[in-house]
Design a protein around this ligand. Structure first.
Ligand code: HEC
Length: 155
């Protein structure tokens, strides 16, 4: 009799555990996604890939600037103009410029320019704190544009 009770308890325990594992591990909480109010820019798949590659270059450059600040080494920062500066604007593919809203182009160009400015600061009159202040200006640009736009590829 006692054995049967133990077995019943064991069964109940296994079921309760299974339910808990399902509920908290597999199902998880429903994520509430804020409504996306960004403006959509449409372009060809190739042009989107071009822009995204440029973006990843931006992130790499930001990493380099931060590393330069952390190690107090302007040489690490000096190359970001080459990687993400205004020289990049000349290689933009045909048709892409046309598909971009004016504000996007303005913010984009400003961002390229800031990389040139920071590169120059690192080469000519390096000041750790001034670079950090510029870095903040730069990051504000990234944030502002990301809050405003998204890019979808046309089929
Ligand atoms: C002029 C507008 C603009 C600026 C400035 C900008 N971005 Fe972006 N970025 C975008 C858009 C639009 C996307 C695509 C978002 C989407 O479609 O959901 C994007 C995507 C990205 C991605 C994802 C790339 C991928 O492969 O998916 C990274 C990383 C990124 N941006 C980094 C940066 C960084 C770092 C900066 C600042 C130094 C920056 N961006 C500045 C507009 C901008």
């Amino acid at each position: 009799m006692k054995k049967r009770l133990m077995l019943m308890l064991l069964m109940v325990s296994i079921i309760v555990n299974a339910v808990l594992v399902y509920k908290f591990f597999y199902q998880g909480e429903k994520v509430i996604i804020k409504k996306d109010s960004r403006s959509e820019i449409k372009m060809t798949k190739e042009n989107r890939e071009y822009v995204m590659a440029e973006m990843r270059g931006f992130l790499e450059s930001v990493q380099k600037i931060n590393e330069g600040i952390a190690k107090n080494d302007p040489n690490i920062i000096a190359g970001v103009g080459q990687q993400s500066g205004t020289c990049k604007v000349n290689t933009v593919p045909q048709g892409l410029v046309k598909s971009l809203p004016y504000e996007f182009k303005q913010m984009g160009f400003q961002t390229h320019e800031l990389f040139d400015v920071m590169s120059k600061m690192a080469k000519e009159k390096y000041n750790r704190q001034e670079i950090q202040v510029k870095m903040n200006e730069l990051l504000n640009n990234c944030v502002a544009c990301h809050q405003t736009y998204k890019i979808t590829a046309e089929p």
